[in-house]
Write a protein that binds this ligand. Structure first.
Ligand code: PGA
Ligand code: ZN
Length: 434
């Protein structure tokens, strides 16, 4: 490769070990350009991971529970730096292709998805910085979309369970979506009231066990459904109207307790098949103001997914996370099968920005919804907020409404709103429940 002389030519690549919200090592990457701009990004990490995600490269062994990333960093500061220096950061696709070529696997097993996503996002930040624009603006301008961007509608966790809370309850996320909010600021303000009200209720009943990985309450419920019931009470206690102003959304993360069409709710000591699980979940959808259900079935249960979608009311958003793993082909297939009508978009599941964007574009093509999402292991990195605004994704999922690795992202949205001069959300008609 020959070095060119534009201001966006990469002149330096640096990887370092930093620490995530679970106290585990992760990869931070700095990309410096000839024009002097620098971009920086940090890889997040999932706990309830889909088996078809890009693989994080971890050292294994005794140090830090096997989570260390020294091998991934050796790649970043060695062969990857060598391959990227001299390339044009303004050509994101070329950068990501170079990473893919050097890795040579289908799941980033060689370089590590943690290395590739940090580098890919850092490149994007560097290009935006060199252009003198905030990242959301850079992406919006590149996308050639008309009008001005809006803020994504937040999906915010109140109770955490599953793999994020010692499996104290089986369902992973009980969240709220401020479906009636006039703007992003109001959505956050309403969520804050619901979070406080939920905390008071839990405290009074002696049901608080701790803080789950994404910052929500780690509850001591006897049954999964108690969480939905309590959430409705919290919305009411906050002086808000359930289903009208604030609705409920669930991430079942069923791959964590099911396989091959068989499911086990350990909390309730119940075994069930896909049909029984669907019946239970759709019963909740009938009884509570639930507007969105993510991964209602396990990643290997396409039949269960399709049957669930066919039986679900039309207003229900059915989100594929482990099922789609931010992969464009899987998004198209999921749309074709009618298994889902919305995709979770997690950059580190794909491993590069270009592949993440391809998955997002596939949701547009197929008229599906898209929720840009954080992981359970997070940091001060706010890239996903900019992706959501700059790409025009209508929803954002970041975990709860506590702890700085979450709040830094919600707060970044407020700053973008200030820059835009408006905290407007997508029109209510843009959502299945609208
Ligand atoms: P994860 O959880 O980051 O642990 O995968 C988030 C989710 O399942 O949506
Ligand atoms: Zn999920």
């Amino acid at each position: 490769m020959t070095a060119n002389n534009t201001s966006t030519t990469i002149t330096a690549v640096k990887g370092r070990r930093v620490w995530d919200s679970r106290g585990r090592p992760t990869v931070e990457a700095d990309i410096t350009l000839a024009g002097g701009a620098m971009g920086r990004a940090i890889a997040p990490a999932g706990a309830s991971r889909g088996s078809n995600e890009a693989i994080d490269l971890r050292d294994g062994g005794p140090r830090f529970g096997g989570w260390d990333v020294t091998d991934a960093l050796k790649g970043v500061n060695g062969p990857i730096a060598k391959a990227l220096i001299g390339l044009d950061a303004a050509d994101q696709n070329a950068i990501d292709q170079a990473l893919l070529a050097l890795d040579g696997t289908s799941n980033k097993a060689n370089l590590g998805g943690n290395a590739t996503i940090a580098l890919s996002m850092a490149t994007l930040h560097a290009a935006a910085a060199q252009a003198g624009k905030p990242l959301w603006q850079h992406l919006w301008d590149q996308g050639g979309q008309s009008g001005t961007p809006v803020l994504p509608l937040p999906e915010i966790q109140i109770f955490g369970g599953g793999a994020h809370a010692g499996r104290r309850i089986d369902v992973q996320d009980f969240m709220v979506i401020a479906t009636g909010a006039d703007d992003y600021e109001q959505a956050l303000a309403w969520t804050a009231e619901v979070y406080l009200a939920a905390g008071k209720i839990m405290d009074e009943r002696g049901l608080l066990q701790g803080v789950a990985d994404e910052g929500g309450f780690w509850p001591a419920f006897d049954a999964n459904e108690d969480a939905a019931e309590t959430l409705v009470q919290a919305i009411e206690k906050a002086g808000l109207k359930p289903g009208e102003q604030v609705s409920i959304s669930l991430d079942i993360a069923a791959s964590e307790f099911g396989k091959g069409g068989r499911y086990r709710l350990a909390r309730e000591d119940r075994d069930m098949d896909s049909g029984e699980l669907a019946e239970m979940l759709l019963g909740w959808v009938g009884r509570y103001p639930i507007v969105s259900v993510e991964d209602p079935m396990s990643e290997d249960d396409a039949e269960g997914f399709i049957a669930f979608a066919q039986a679900a009311p039309k207003h229900l958003q059915i989100v594929g996370d482990d099922y789609l793993v931010t992969n464009a082909d899987r998004v198209r297939a999921g749309s074709r099968d009618g298994a889902v009508n919305c995709a979770l978009i997690k950059p580190n599941q794909a491993g590069t920005i270009s592949e993440t964007k391809a998955a997002f574009d596939a949701t547009r093509e197929t008229d599906m919804g898209a929720i840009v999402s954080a992981r359970s292991g997070e940091t001060e990195d706010v890239t996903i907020v900019h992706l959501a605004v700059g790409w025009g994704a209508k929803q954002l999922k970041v975990g709860s409404f506590t702890r700085s690795e979450r709040m830094v992202k919600w707060n970044e949205g407020l700053r973008v709103a200030d820059a835009l001069g408006s905290a407007a959300l997508p029109p209510k008609s843009a959502f299945p429940w609208g």
